[in-house]
Write a protein that binds this ligand. Sequence first.
Ligand SMILES: Cc1cc2nc3c(=O)[nH]c(=O)nc-3n(C[C@H](O)[C@H](O)[C@H](O)COP(=O)(O)OP(=O)(O)OC[C@H]3O[C@@H](n4cnc5c(N)ncnc54)[C@H](O)[C@@H]3O)c2cc1C
Length: 376
Amino acid sequence: MGSGHSFNAIADGEVALSLTDLPINPVVENDGRQVSVAGHCTYGELALFLHRHRLAIHNLASLPHISIAGAIATATHGSGNRNGNLATAVSGLEIVSGDGRLMKVTRGDADFAGMVVHLGALGVVTRVTLDVQPEFQVAQCVYDGLAWDKLLANLDEIMALGYSVSVFTQWGQQAGSIWVKRTASTDEWPAEVHGATRAMLNRHPISGLDAQNSTEQLGQYGRWSDRLPHFKMGFTPSNGEEIQSEFHIPREYGVAAIDALLSIREKFAHLVQAAEFRTVAADELWLSPQYRRDTLSIHFTWTRDQDAVNAAARHIEQALSPFAPLPHWGKVFTGHHIGGKYEKLVEFGRLRDRMDPERTFSNPWLENVVFGSGEG
Ligand SMILES: Cc1cc2nc3c(=O)[nH]c(=O)nc-3n(C[C@H](O)[C@H](O)[C@H](O)COP(=O)(O)OP(=O)(O)OC[C@H]3O[C@@H](n4cnc5c(N)ncnc54)[C@H](O)[C@@H]3O)c2cc1C
């Protein structure tokens, strides 16, 4: 187990193995181009270490509390047309395999691309090496009052407005707000983009909620790690009163997919606390939902009503089915044998046979959802 932030049974088993009592021991390597650290280190802890060395990673998810090994297991991501998910920063792994071997692999080794988005299926990720870069500054602004027709007519332009862009919606009459995160630029922030107007107060992703725990938004530059997540480091964004789902679709189907969901929104909108559109760049990692495809990722934060959410997820999966959707591995979906949608599943299965022949690290979720061979 990592930090326990997944919303389905991916991390559930008869035995839970936690590494949190081990030291994280971060080390700068390769003249400051990489950092290695224990797999259970959180991104928040990593950021504190990187600050001391004036380094940064390329992106962060909406919260810094998750572990690196747990995040890469599920291809956790932030946003940005050119930003790969967080697993794409991994350049080396140390794994204790199911049969007890200590394995070290680096990018370019055989099977490396199969081991990074690992679903917890291969063994214990004890250490991770990540690509890092010199620290950089980010500023963000929020634009309110985006209309659906403007979003649909300008989706690509909107998602290209900054280094990382999110569109938040509650699937109501208006689309919602655009959150633009830019890296150092001297350009003025426009007062209006595509009919949405620049907010002069900080916003919370859920419209109307207190923004005091949101990261600073009023266009001032600050540390990458204080702007890329939506929530401040010292704050716990979720108190458990939510469930999340997310579906990744190829970027070119973005407008049609949003349109399809708009036409059935009465089936799910009442359960939505907040929903978010993000973009994630293509990669070469076998079980990444971005394997060889740039995606638009459609996220839902639901109120906590599991049966109603399952029904809503079923409607959404049906509406998105023409658009080759792949669910976020760590969130709620209803499909069976999702692994079968991945062209590299057979290779991943062979890799698992070699690394965990006795299925020490399997669980019902893996057998059902990934391999389609069991109950779960
Ligand atoms: C409030 C909230 C906000 C979120 N925001 C985002 C977001 O912005 N973007 C996004 O993509 N996702 C987001 N998520 C989902 C979350 O990032 C993923 O579910 C992620 O996998 C959770 O990491 P974790 O450390 O909690 O891992 P867990 O949920 O504990 O485990 C996930 C998987 O990793 C395996 N695992 C963990 N550690 C190890 C290890 N050391 N060795 C081997 N296997 C291991 C587990 O067995 C399991 O298979 C969010 C979740 C929450 C609760």
